[in-house]
Write a protein that binds this ligand. Structure first.
Ligand SMILES: Nc1ncnc2c1ncn2[C@@H]1O[C@H](COP(=O)(O)OP(=O)(O)OP(=O)(O)O)[C@@H](O)[C@H]1O
Length: 255
C-alpha cells in the first residue's frame, strides 16, 4: 500500500523527539510534515532554505509559525499548502500525502480543503467585495443565486455586509483583509493557511481578523496555520513553532 492510500491512522508521522509519540492517536493530525528540505537554484548558486523540517498540527488548532526574516516561514507555508514542491520530504494534509499528488490533483485538493489568506489581499480590483467572494465560490462549483447568497452570508460573517458593493479601492486595509478572509472561507475549508494576515492592519482591525480566525478554529473546527511576526497574535495561538535558518529551533510543548 502506498502512503497516499493508507488510512489516516497509519500515515507515518514526524519522528522528531520534539513531537508527541507518533504511535499515540496518530489519526489526530490535520497537517503533518516530515523531513522537508528546500533548495532554490539560481545559476550555479544553491540556497538551502529549509533543512529538514518536521511538523504536526492537530485539527482545530491555531498554530503560529514565527522566526526571523528570511528563516524560511513563507517557503514552508507554501510547501505545506502544496503551492511549492519540496526538494525532499513529505507533507500530509488530512491524511493524504499531498507531495505525491499530481498538479491537477493538488489543485483540486487545495480548492476543496484549504483557504488562503495572504498579506497583499489578492483581491480583483475591478470586482466588488461581493463579486470577489462570489468568484471563489464559482471556482468551487457554486453558481448564480446560491453563490450570491452564500457570498453575502460570508461577508456578513466578517462584518462587511454593508460594504458588499464596494470596490477594493474604496475599502480600508482591514476591510480588504476581511474580504480576503471571507473569500478564504468559501467552500468551508478544513484548513486555513495565512501569511502575515495582520501585517498591514492597525491593531483594532488586526484583532478583529485574528478573532475571526480564532472563532473559525474553536467554533467551526478549522485548523489554522499562521505565519506571523505579530506578537499580538500569540495569545490566540494554541502552539507556536519557531523557525531559524531553515530549521525548527523550538517546537511547541505538548501536554
Ligand atoms: N524562489 C526563490 N529563489 C531563491 N531564493 C528564494 C526564493 N524564495 C525564497 N528564497 C529565499 O529563501 C529564504 C527564505 O525566504 P522566506 O520568504 O521563506 O522567509 P520568511 O521567513 O518568510 O521571511 P519574511 O519573514 O521576511 O517574510 C530567503 O533568503 C529568500 O531570499
Amino acid at each position: 500500500m502506498t502512503t497516499a492510500s493508507m488510512p489516516y491512522s497509519q500515515v507515518p508521522l514526524p519522528e522528531s523527539s520534539h513531537l508527541p509519540d507518533p504511535g499515540q492517536a496518530a489519526s489526530q493530525w490535520a497537517i503533518a510534515a516530515k523531513g522537508i528540505e528546500m533548495v532554490f537554484r539560481s545559476g550555479l548558486e544553491q540556497f538551502r532554505v529549509l533543512k529538514g523540517v518536521d511538523l504536526a498540527v492537530e485539527p482545530g488548532e491555531i498554530r503560529l509559525l514565527m522566526g526571523p526574516s528570511g528563516s524560511g516561514k513563507t517557503t514552508l507555508l507554501s510547501i505545506l499548502a502544496g503551492i511549492l514542491t519540496p526538494t525532499a520530504g513529505q507533507v500530509y494534509l488530512l491524511g493524504d500525502e499531498i507531495t505525491s499528488l499530481s498538479r491537477r490533483e493538488l489543485t483540486r485538493f487545495r480548492r476543496d480543503h484549504i483557504g488562503f489568506i495572504f498579506q497583499g489581499f489578492n483581491l480583483f480590483p475591478a470586482l466588488t467585495a461581493l463579486e470577489n467572494v462570489e468568484l471563489s465560490l464559482e471556482i468551487q462549483g457554486i453558481r448564480g443565486r446560491a453563490a450570491k447568497q452564500q457570498a453575502m452570508k460570508l461577508l456578513h460573517q466578517v462584518g462587511l455586509a454593508d460594504r458588499s458593493d464596494r470596490l477594493p479601492q474604496d475599502l480600508s486595509g482591514g476591510q480588504k483583509q476581511r474580504v480576503a478572509v471571507a473569500r478564504a472561507l468559501a467552500g468551508n475549508p478544513q484548513i486555513i493557511m495565512a501569511d502575515e494576515p495582520t501585517a498591514a492592519l492597525d491593531s483594532q482591525t488586526g484583532q478583529a481578523v485574528i478573532e475571526l480566525l480564532h472563532h473559525l478554529a474553536k467554533e467551526e473546527g478549522c485548523t489554522v496555520l499562521i505565519v506571523t511576526h505579530d506578537p499580538r497574535i500569540t495569545s490566540y495561538a494554541d502552539r507556536i513553532t519557531y523557525l531559524e535558518d531553515g530549521q525548527i529551533s523550538h517546537h511547541p510543548s505538548w501536554e
